[in-house]
Write a protein that binds this ligand. Structure first.
Ligand SMILES: [Zn+2]
Length: 314
């Protein structure tokens, strides 16, 4: 996990998760904190060994592999300011939200409380918005990159984009097969946005820095298109498919065999993130049949006109 430099001030620690680092005169910005204490400690030690400053930590999104190491960094550098985007900041404050939404709102059972799904609480000092701004004395541009997570951001400095999990490096994409996402349509739109950026290169949260990152983004888009077709295919040939059957069939079709509930919950969320896309395009609608939640292909059902049947979240 050596610190590698892209130019004289933009660098990164490559590992299971990329941890970015930007060096200014007095400012040192870390981008994400890694999964746990061990990883954060390695980063802190290397910065100390090279007498590099650490004044800011930007957490791109509230997934445990990106923020689990944050409290260790805060303990070692209490003077450092922690930045995160809105909404993600709320999950960082209450990390139980992550396994909670993965378990469909229920108090998570043991399998969903692993260190990969339930991280430590992180106190964020400043909620960061989009656009050009200064962090310390360094000029950066914060880009909204939603879809993988509700309000994920990336950071651009000197024409180099730290893209978080807006796209995956090719090896990571091969490994994951179905990338985690909460809104497949937004993921695709974010990928389209990345292709329009006038930048020198980009670095994903899982993968390497590439000047020709557009090719990797296009590979991600192709995968997203193929997954959409796979979901549509299951829906279109049938009057009804339960959500659990849809998940099972897509997983099997993609050659995946999932054995742990935590991993299943991640894939279920990723696959069902296509439902809204199909709904927007009116190729499927969510229905309940014989007390089973599922999808009906074709035209959207006209909603029950009467209001006396509305579900409420009391
Ligand atoms: Zn993530």
């Amino acid at each position: 996990m050596a610190l590698q430099w892209i130019n004289e001030r933009a660098g990164y620690f490559s590992g299971a998760v990329t941890i970015g680092y930007i060096k200014g005169e007095d400012t040192g910005i870390l981008i994400d904190a890694g999964l746990d204490k061990q990883i954060a400690k390695k980063v802190i030690r290397q910065l100390e060994a090279e007498s590099l400053p650490l004044t800011h930590l930007l957490i791109t999104h509230a997934h445990t592999d990106h923020f689990g190491g944050a409290p260790t960094i805060q303990q070692a550098h209490p003077e450092a300011s922690v930045y995160a985007p809105a909404f993600e900041e709320a999950v960082l404050a209450y990390p139980l939200f992550e396994p909670l939404y993965l378990f469909q709102g229920n108090e998570p059972v043991k399998d969903l409380r692993s260190k990969f799904l339930l991280g430590p609480s992180v106190k964020v000092d400043r909620v960061i918005g989009e656009g050009a701004q200064k962090i310390g004395e360094i000029d950066v541009v914060i880009h909204a990159l939603p879809g993988h997570s509700h309000n994920q951001v990336g950071l651009e400095v000197d024409g180099i984009l730290y893209a978080a999990d807006a796209y995956l490096g090719r090896r990571a994409l091969e490994k994951h097969v179905i990338p985690f996402q909460i809104d497949a349509k937004q993921v695709y739109e974010t990928l389209e946005q990345l292709l329009k950026l006038d930048i020198k290169g980009a670095l994903p949260g899982h993968g390497d820095y590439e000047e020709t990152f557009q090719e990797t983004v296009q590979v991600n888009m192709k995968r997203q298109e193929a997954l959409k077709v796979a979901v549509e295919k299951e829906v279109s040939g049938r009057d009804f498919i339960s959500l659990s059957d849809l998940v099972a069939r897509v997983l099997t079709f993609q050659g995946l065999k999932v054995e742990e509930p935590g991993r299943y919950a991640l894939f279920r969320t990723a696959i069902l993130s296509f439902v809204r896309w199909l709904e927007v395009e009116q190729t499927a609608s969510l229905v309940v049949e014989d007390n089973v939640l599922g999808l009906k292909g074709g035209e959207i059902h006209s909603k029950n006109e009467s209001n006396n049947n509305e579900a409420t979240l009391a």
